[in-house]
Ligand binder design. Structure first.
Ligand SMILES: CC(C)(O)CC(=O)SCCNC(=O)CCNC(=O)[C@H](O)C(C)(C)COP(=O)(O)OP(=O)(O)OC[C@H]1O[C@@H](n2cnc3c(N)ncnc32)[C@H](O)[C@@H]1OP(=O)(O)O
Length: 257
């Protein structure tokens, strides 16, 4: 499959999507988002793929939604066709997704990175929600996911002033899982994805589902949800294999069963 605005590759059990609209700093337009969703959903269906990495260029992961595509939109049109509503489907991908971010991750770019399960940032990364400077607000989950990631004070600061934060500030704030030198970004993200892809896939899925529930449920409900998933994994062959391999001091051979 060839795409106009993204590049799609596989590296062993890892799916790699590279956003590729360099002239517009990977601004997210409807073509790019449709292609990205198609590629992610294909990886989600592919049993050989255990995890996915989304990345951009050295200059920009993505500089936001395409302002030129949006500027003439009116309210009725945006509302009636639920403009960008479908873009949230990125967050419904069941396999783990890592955002490998170098350069600008602004507006929708920051929001796309936050739809992934975690972010590995190059030391060149800059995050922000500058929509306020355009006379609007984040529309792809920025006010919600950013607030959950970094807390109210910093989310308000970023959304109300439109300022950018660098990779170190983003890591300190809890938005970013790790920072690496820019020239090691892709390999580090792929290595992390390979590690995930090498584990038992039912337990990987359940770990992701359980962490995600922490944002939706009360603590008591979340702990019960986690424990029930934990109980269910005793029904898998991979749990027997994992614990037997530990006792026998060898590497587990998971079959995803
Ligand atoms: C999803 C929602 C609902 O939350 C909404 C949004 O995401 S709104 C968009 C939020 N993003 C921004 O406001 C960032 C806009 N871009 C910039 O501020 C700057 O481009 C920069 C600081 C990221 C980089 O600046 P610089 O190095 O000076 O490069 P430029 O010359 O500005 O840009 C190069 C080229 O890319 C085009 N570009 C950049 N960002 C966008 C964008 N978001 N949409 C459309 N096009 C974008 C820019 O116009 C330049 O192209 P040309 O005009 O030279 O053809």
């Amino acid at each position: 499959m060839t795409y106009e605005t993204i590049k799609v590759e596989t590296r062993g059990g890892v799916g790699l999507v590279t956003l590729d609209r360099p002239k517009a700093l990977n601004a997210l337009n409807s073509t790019l988002m449709a292609e990205l969703l198609e590629a992610l959903q294909a990886f989600d269906r592919d049993a050989k793929i255990g995890a996915v990495v989304i990345t951009g260029s050295a200059k920009a992961f993505a500089a936001g939604a395409d302002i030129k595509e949006m500027q003439a939109l009116d309210f009725v049109d945006a509302y009636m066709r639920d403009f960008i509503g479908g873009w949230n489907d990125v967050s419904t991908v069941r396999k783990p997704m890592i955002a490998a971010v170098a350069g600008y991750a602004l507006g929708g770019g920051c929001e796309l990175a936050m739809m992934c399960d975690f972010i590995i940032a190059a030391d060149t990364a800059r995050f922000g929600q500058p929509e306020i400077t355009l006379g609007t607000i984040p529309g792809m989950g920025g006010t919600q996911r950013l607030t959950r990631a970094v807390g109210k004070a910093k989310a308000m600061d970023l959304c109300l002033t439109g300022r950018m934060m660098d990779a170190e500030e983003a890591e300190r704030a809890g938005l970013v899982a790790r920072i690496v030198p820019a020239n090691e970004l892709i390999e580090t993200a792929i290595k992390a994805a390979e590690t995930i892809a090498g584990f038992s896939q039912p337990s990987v899925r359940m770990a992701k589902e359980s962490v995600d529930r922490a944002f939706e449920l009360t603590l008591a409900e979340g702990i019960l949800f986690e424990r029930r998933l934990f109980h269910s994994l005793f029904a898998t062959e991979d749990q027997k294999e994992g614990m037997t391999a530990f006792s026998e001091k060898r590497k587990a051979q998971f079959k995803n069963r």
